[in-house]
Design a protein around this ligand. Structure first.
Ligand code: OFO
Length: 164
């Protein structure tokens, strides 16, 4: 049986993962509105991936006999600026999520909740990957700027992202 404090912390993380999905969907629509179909596609898939992160935690919580407490998902902004700003905000968001996952992992370790610790290990690794891939996009965007032909080339590369 999961502890009440770990149950609360996992419910909070589930809400954050769903809020991430909502944020990336809003960003995707924003890119679509600027005719950046490739960036929009990448962010739409990212939104779907965030939903799977939430579902994995929900399954784990329920398997442990915990109670799922879904919370309100805050409405994301509708305006994100240029493409560079979109991905800078994505990177900043992922860094914030990494901090939350690390705190959750630490809680599991302090509580000697080994099952949670093992499950959360996957999320720790996933955050390394998320920050690396978004960081690379930000670097590319800074290198090419958000004007001119190169951004359209990058947009078409982003459109090639397949489902994880
Ligand atoms: Fe769930 O990794 Fe991004 O937020």
């Amino acid at each position: 049986m999961i502890s009440p404090t770990m149950q609360n912390a996992l419910n909070e993380q589930i809400n954050l993962e769903q809020a991430s999905a909502q944020l990336y969907l809003a960003m995707s629509a924003h890119c679509e509105g600027k005719s950046f179909k490739g960036f929009a596609h990448w962010l739409r898939l990212q939104a779907a991936e965030e939903t799977t992160h939430a579902m994995k935690l929900i399954d784990f919580l329920l398997d442990r006999g915990g109670r799922l407490e879904l919370k309100t998902i805050p409405a994301p902004p509708t305006e994100f600026g240029g493409i560079i700003q979109v991905f800078e905000q994505t990177l900043a968001h992922e860094k914030g999520i990494t901090a939350k996952i690390n705190a959750l992992f630490e809680r599991a370790r302090n509580e000697k909740d080994y099952a949670s610790e093992i499950t959360l290990q996957w999320y720790v690794s996933e955050q390394v990957e998320e920050e690396a891939s978004v960081g690379q996009i930000v670097d590319h965007l800074h290198a090419i700027g958000d004007q001119g032909g190169a951004i359209w080339h990058l947009d078409s590369q982003m459109g090639k992202r397949g489902k994880a």
